[in-house]
Design a protein around this ligand. Structure first.
Ligand SMILES: [Zn+2]
Length: 70
């Protein structure tokens, strides 16, 4: 088992007995949480399924526009 790894925030070496493991410090842990909260870590995985893509575009095209009604 690894006794150390790199801090996800600042890439510093963190020992496993660090109280803030896997972060090197409380500051880096908070910074990482902040990144998630502010949406910096967007999970962007492009859709590769052509059938799903077609279905998505079709459903968007057929979506009635509520703006005209209201
Ligand atoms: Zn760090």
């Amino acid at each position: 088992m690894a006794k150390a790894l790199f801090c996800p925030t600042c890439r510093d070496v963190v020992l496993i007995d660090n109280e803030n493991f896997p972060f090197c410090s409380d500051r880096c842990r908070l910074l990482d949480l902040g990144k998630w909260a502010s949406g910096d870590y967007k999970i962007s995985s492009p859709i590769q399924d052509p059938d799903l893509l077609e279905e998505l575009s079709r459903s968007q095209r057929n979506k009635p526009s509520d703006d005209d009604v209201n």
